[in-house]
Write a protein that binds this ligand. Sequence first.
Ligand code: MRU
Length: 346
Amino acid sequence: MTMQNNETVQALQWTGNTLRVLDQRQLPELIAYDEYTDALGVTEAIVSMRVRGAPAIGIAAAYGVALSVRKHYAQSNHWRQKVEADIAMLAKSRPTAVNLFWALDQMKAMLAMQLNNPPVAILAFAEKIHADDVAANQKMGELGADVLAGAKGVMTHCNAGALATGGYGTALGVIRSAYKRQAINVYAGETRPWLQGARLTVWELAQDGIASTLIADSAAAWLMKSGAIDWIVVGADRIATNGDAANKIGTYSLAVLARQHGVKLMVVAPTSTIDWKIINGDQIEIEQRNPNELLPDCYNSEDSLVTAWNPVFDVTPAELISAIVTERGVILNPVEQGVRRLKNAI
Ligand code: MRU
């Protein structure tokens, strides 16, 4: 399945009646979509990591609200309460990506309006959130590629591609756009323990005919020392107004290593990833996942002396970030003034 034209692989597809979700846990071996008809199913798809990546989680949740309205509007006079309960359930699916809460807030604001035909209007709004995300990614792709001009090699972490968004991707969108302009060597870290880099990123790039080189996460310092990369390009799950950015666990280590080796770090994220309410990264809740994701089965007993610590995000301080690329513009050296000037930018 090689993609044609400007099309990228799709994590989410609205069929007209249902939401199709690509089960990313099965990639790259299997391309399998699951179909959802209600908010409960969509919540489960997010919790189980069938769909993952901050913008994609937000878009899925928006469709989850649309499904909720379609289900309850015809059945009950109390449909608003039932939709509100579904929104509360969706909000508990994962804690770190602010795009989830952003999308749910947008849907709530829309629901609060006088609507002639709520199921139709709410679905149209979810589709708009989806389409806007793709447009933002394409814009960021161009802006980020401008910043990368002349770079010979880049490294990315986790998967911040079409699979993690409405399409095209944030970090991978920049890499896609840069690749169209000039030959560039792309490296991807495996991204333990879920292996988003090994299973998703290199596969997604290959679908577009973009060659990449996979490295063990622990090879990153040595790669930087070799001089092969000029930039690390990553996405984000939540950015504080001072420019601190939460992203997949290991991003912070890459940022520290990058500083040591004279490599720059670019964070690419739509403004829906900025949490305007928080002033720094200390206020970001970091998701802790089940230790079983790390532990070999033999240590999974009650009396085992071996446990695991499994935070799945970390926060990179603004001082280690060279550029934050959004659809509203690029902030160079965010440590100086954070991202506040983007709030009212168009
Ligand atoms: O646990 P995941 O796979 O949802 O984590 C995803 C990431 O950390 C991505 O880098 C981030 O959400 C940005 S996706 C455009």
